[in-house]
Structure formats: C-alpha cells, structure tokens
Design a protein around this ligand. Structure first.
Ligand SMILES: [Zn+2]
Ligand SMILES: [Zn+2]
Length: 125
C-alpha cells in the first residue's frame, strides 16, 4: 500500500504532496514498468530479457529536483539479481531528480533551510 505524504517548510511556507511506496498493481513487472516514461520502459524491458520475470523492487520515492526546486515522487525500480537501478526523471521538467535515501530532504529545495516537516496524510491503493 502506498503512502500520501505532505511535506512543509516552516521557513518559506512551501508545501508539497507526494504519493510514495507502491500500489498492489505494481507487483507485476509489466505494470511497474508502465510508471516510467516510454524510452525508459523500452530500456527496462530489454534489460529484463525475455525469460522468466526477474525479481525486482519497485516503489515511488521522494526525490528533489534541483532545477524546479521541488520535491517530487518518482518511480524507482531495481532488479535484485543484477542490482541495476532505474529512476524516472522529474515529472515537471524532465531533468534528473535526486532520489532521497532519507524520509525527508535535509534542507528545503526552495529556500535551502533545514527543518522540513513531514506528515503521513493517508494511503493510496
Ligand atoms: Zn523552504
Ligand atoms: Zn524538475
């Protein structure tokens, strides 16, 4: 089940909503791949090969786009056997989004101050 998050910056008062995690439908590689842009879909399918469906991990992750100064949720996929990873670009500008390892960015991408607050506001799927 996916989680809806709301992230707020107490310094500049911007807020972002992001749907992270994965839905039930993403258990199948075909459906998970559809979350990516067309070119990346082709690459992932080629890398997956024609044989048995490889083991994979898929979820939407929080990422920061330095271009838009935004927090976004981007599809992320990893093939467990090879460790190959795929990250969707920023949904707004198509630039490279930096996926976060933590639950929340260390500093606000808008004003660069620390102290962002995150809240789980619900579930999706
Ligand atoms: Zn801020
Ligand atoms: Zn962007």
């Amino acid at each position: 089940m996916g989680i809806m998050k709301e992230i707020r910056c107490p310094s500049c008062h911007r807020d972002w909503k992001a749907a992270v995690g994965h839905g039930r439908m993403h258990g199948k590689l075909d459906r998970a791949v559809e979350a990516f842009p067309k070119e990346l879909q082709r690459k992932i399918r080629m890398d997956a090969g024609l044989g048995d469906e490889p083991l994979f991990l898929f979820n939407y992750r929080l990422a920061v786009c330095p271009e838009c100064k935004d927090i976004v949720a981007v599809p992320f996929l990893r093939f467990l056997e090879t460790g190959w990873e795929y990250v969707s670009p920023c949904p707004k500008c198509g630039g490279k989004a930096e996926v976060l390892e933590e639950d929340i960015p260390g500093v606000c991408p808008n004003c660069q101050k620390a102290g962002l607050e995150a809240e789980e506001t619900g579930h999706w799927d």
